[in-house]
Write a protein that binds this ligand. Structure first.
Ligand SMILES: [Zn+2]
Length: 90
């Protein structure tokens, strides 16, 4: 009997102060990557936890597989520097 349209609630601290924000999200699967700039997320204003709405993640997953199955073109490609932290002493 909850009729206050807001179903969003922080599972971590129980706060209902969830703020809609955007973030750059890097989806990884089997050593493949898909970067989603400005992905909508929910951020708890009380404890700062970041939540990815399930529907958004499903979307991302679908695009990811479409792109890697070559059924869809990504909007672009980026180059990233990488650093393998091996800790080899001299
Ligand atoms: Zn919270």
């Amino acid at each position: 009997m909850t009729a206050n349209g807001k179903e969003a609630k922080c599972p971590f601290c129980g706060s209902e102060e969830l703020e809609e924000q955007t973030t750059d999200y890097l989806y990884t699967h089997d050593d493949k990557y898909l970067l989603i700039p400005n992905m909508p997320v929910l951020v708890c204003s009380t404890c700062g936890m970041v939540y990815y709405p399930g529907t958004v993640l499903e979307e991302v997953e679908r695009h990811f597989f479409n792109i890697y199955n070559q059924q869809e073109q990504p909007d672009g490609y980026i180059q990233m520097p990488t650093l393998a932290y091996a800790g080899s002493g001299n």
